[in-house]
Design a protein around this ligand. Structure first.
Ligand SMILES: [Zn+2]
Length: 365
């Protein structure tokens, strides 16, 4: 086997191969032949799936400087070296089915990276630097132990496909609603209790899978015309009988902490705190360019975050909302999607900014 391997690499080196297949070779270590002398300067794709590698060499980028795709699916890799960040041309990295417990921040230096696959590892968190991957289109994090996603993920503006199935997520950062190229979001089998109010507001988002999040009882009504998977959500169906206040409360369990009031159809006046936030938001976002009447707004970070990324926008009039929401429930069985999701007790929830918008909102409209 060793001779055959030596031969394969020797030929690749001599003939300046761009692709090298070393799958199923029972390798415990990265072959030294790949790293000797000047390495393989012409190599663009390296396939090493189903071996027994435990780590990667520090001088990988130095010896294989033109790597575009690196496939390391199904090894025993527990740690990737910081030097991974030097693979300047790398576009595709597959580390699925390994033993990763953490990811070094240097991953954020892979500025050409378009596809990152990390499913079936033991990741508990991700470095915020993942948000530096501006060209990232695919991020697969299924089957890890993530309890949250980094807030900076919303800076990955090229992201089209995000998969986080089978993790321990209890919420989704609402900043993700700002990923305007996101087309598919899959978060099945987590511990989600609510989804960001704005989820689905982007036209690009067409596929949302949240199946088997037992405590997820409401879906933002923006998702009404999308392809959604939500079987196994909703838990008990009792609470959703009839459009009662009880049903609403039950459906809204787990709203973000910033929600202080849940408005009802009878309220005519929006609370003062909410009005203040809306005014501040208008000033913050719509002050005329070049007109610096106001000093930089100094606010606690939590408030500043809320101003930058409001809880959501009114499903009726698109006004930003901060501390109060006026919800309206549309049980799934009353909608056109009922036939598709026969076994679910989930409702669509329209979140409005005032009792007036609440009264006039209709799902079809
Ligand atoms: Zn409104």
């Amino acid at each position: 086997m060793a001779t055959e391997l030596h031969e394969t690499i020797f030929v690749a080196k001599q003939e300046r191969h761009k692709n090298l297949f070393l799958n199923y070779k029972n390798l415990k270590n990265f072959p030294v032949e790949l790293l000797k002398d000047e390495g393989l300067q012409f190599l663009e794709r390296l396939y090493m799936k189903r071996n027994s590698l435990m780590t990667l060499p520090d001088n990988l980028a130095q010896k294989l400087p033109n790597l575009i795709e690196l496939y390391l699916h199904s090894n025993n890799i527990a740690i990737i070296p910081e030097a991974i960040g030097n693979l300047a041309r790398l576009q595709s990295l597959d580390l699925s089915n390994n033993a990763l417990q953490m990811l070094c921040p240097e991953i954020g230096r892979l500025r050409s990276l378009r596809h990152l696959r990390l499913s079936n590892n033991q990741l508990k968190c991700l470095p915020p630097e993942i948000g530096d991957l501006q060209d990232l289109e695919t991020l697969d994090l299924a089957m890890n132990q993530l309890i949250s996603l980094p807030d900076r993920l919303h800076r990955c503006l090229s992201l089209q496909n995000l998969t986080v199935d089978h993790n321990l997520l209890s919420h989704v950062p609402r900043q993700l609603c700002w990923l305007h190229r996101l087309n598919q979001l899959s978060m099945a089998a987590n511990r989600l209790t609510f989804l960001p109010l704005d989820l689905g507001r982007s036209r690009e988002l067409q596929f949302v899978f949240v199946d088997n999040n037992v405590d997820l009882k409401g879906l933002p009504s923006y998702l009404y015309n999308k392809v959604i998977g939500c079987s196994g959500c909703g838990g008990s169906s009792q609470a959703l009988e009839g459009d009662t206040a009880e049903a609403l409360t039950e459906a809204l369990v787990g709203l973000p902490a910033e929600v202080k009031v849940i408005g009802a159809q009878m309220d005519n006046v929006v609370p003062l705190e909410e009005l203040a936030m809306r005014t501040m938001h208008r000033i913050y976002h719509h002050r005329p360019a070049g007109l610096n009447l106001l000093p930089t707004i100094i606010l606690p970070k939590s408030l500043l975050d809320l101003l930058q990324f409001p809880l959501g926008h009114c499903h009726r009039c698109s006004q930003a909302m901060f501390t109060i929401i006026y919800p309206k429930l549309f049980p799934l069985r009353d909608t056109a999607l009922a036939g598709v999701h026969r076994r679910t007790t989930v409702s669509f929830v329209a979140y409005c900014c005032s009792s007036r918008c609440l009264r006039t909102f209709d799902l079809q409209g």
